[in-house]
Design a binder for this molecule. Structure first.
Ligand SMILES: *Cc1c(COP(=O)(O)O)cnc(C)c1O
Length: 399
């Protein structure tokens, strides 16, 4: 591999930076996952995940796998072949989830909107109200579309379901939102809340994490899709005992334990406030460059990732290549139809103002080298103004 001094600046929206304390915590000898102390260890992790999901009533399930594994687990456990489900396609991840639903034998009623738009709440409301026979069995929302940097209104979809007294299950992909921006599983009546270990939870990939409502658990007893490895019947027992039906990735669990300790030490509300503040600085930087975010409207802009459209004639792939080759900095690529048109700055997980300023500084140089016309320092200065005003003053504790 090419020698590069210093450390790689990782600004992709997942996997995210894994804090040193988390990496150290994973350096463990293998251990007996059926040993007498292991169950309590896992139960502690599940208990600490609940406030991050915004649930007291839900069940947390930890699957060996990734976010997409938890997508699959959510579907195969609660739905039956041919069930009609309402989904929107407005980016790469929402599109892939719809494809998975089709692959698994569901009848997908897909609403296509622009990549850069959010979940079309009004259109969902119209279709739910028109569905008097209750043929739609589930509604899917991608809370944070990581490909476009768009956050959707889950509460609005819940309100639409309630307004038409519809009892469809509500599925929410929170892979790039949970742990970074507020997520209220109970308040929003989310039945299946999906995430993975490697984004807001600041751990390596290896676990799909699912919040399951009581209604979804009840549905799993009657659902007709086939399942085996991901069967809720087994994982509901796990949620009570802390013992897995299969061998879990114990190193990742130790990392996740340390990451949850960090979230507790910072305070969940402070974690959310930090993400909002950092994102505001990134957006100010992009605006100062005169570039457009992919998000169609400021109200949709995500606090965990910003997708930036490069100017006409500037290949976003070049920006990413130059960022890595010359400045040892990784930006997220444009996915599927956005390839070459967009690059992304991931700003979730373990990061701070200085890191975001580095992202903007390197992006400026990379954009210019790829042919964009912008003044060096413009975006950095705009973000500095935000951070100068908003960064909290934390008194150094005398120990
Ligand atoms: C990353 C991501 C996924 C995929 O998760 P994997 O852990 O890579 O399987 C799904 N949805 C969204 C919104 C994501 O950001």
């Amino acid at each position: 591999m090419t020698f590069r001094a210093g450390h790689n600046h990782l600004f992709i929206p997942g996997p995210t930076n894994v804090p040193e304390a988390v990496r150290m915590a994973m350096n463990q000898p293998q251990q007996d996952q059926r040993g007498p102390d292991f169950g309590a260890f896992v139960l502690g992790i599940m208990a600490d995940l609940k406030p991050i999901f915004g649930t007291t009533r839900g069940t947390i399930m930890l699957f060996p796998g990734s976010g997409c594994g938890a997508w699959e687990a959510s579907i195969v456990n609660t739905l039956s072949p041919g069930d009609r489900v309402l989904m929107a396609r407005h980016g790469h991840f929402s599109t892939l989830w719809a494809r998975m639903a089709e692959d698994l034998g569901l009848e997908v009623e897909a609403v296509d909107v622009a990549w850069g738009a959010g979940t079309p709440v009004n259109e969902f409301a119209r279709r739910l109200a028109a569905d008097r026979e209750g043929r739609i069995r589930a509604v899917f929302v991608t809370h944070n579309e990581t490909a476009t940097g768009v956050t959707s209104n889950v509460a609005g979809v819940r309100a639409a379901l309630d307004a038409s007294f519809h009892d469809a299950l509500l599925f929410v992909d929170g892979v790039s939102s949970i742990g970074s921006i507020p997520f209220r599983m109970d308040d929003w009546g989310v039945d299946l809340a999906v995430t993975g270990s490697q984004k807001g939870l600041m751990s390596p990939a290896g676990l799909g994490v699912l919040g399951v409502s009581e209604k979804a658990l009840a549905a799993s007893a009657k659902a007709g899709l086939r399942r085996s490895f991901f069967a809720f019947a087994d994982y509901a027992v796990s949620a009570k005992t802390g013992y897995f039906p299969h061998t879990p990735p114990t190193a990742v669990l130790h990392g996740l334990r340390a990451a949850l300790n960090r979230i507790a030490a910072e305070g969940l509300d402070q974690v959310f406030a930090r993400h909002a503040r950092l994102a505001e600085g990134i957006r100010a930087g992009v605006a100062a460059w005169g570039l457009q975010p992919c998000a169609e409207h400021p109200s949709l802009a995500s606090n965990t990732v910003t997708a930036i459209r490069t100017p006409q004639g500037v290949d976003a792939r070049e920006v990413i290549r130059i960022g890595l080759e010359r400045f040892n900095t990784s930006f997220g690529s444009g996915l599927a139809q956005l390839a070459g048109k967009v690059f992304r700055i991931g700003h979730l997980g373990d990061l701070n103002e200085g890191m975001c300023l580095t992202a903007l500084a390197v992006a400026e140089m990379s954009l210019r080298a790829a042919g964009a016309r912008l003044a060096l320092g413009a975006g950095v200065a705009a973000a500095q103004e935000i951070y100068e005003r908003t960064a909290p003053v934390v008194a150094l504790a005398a120990e």
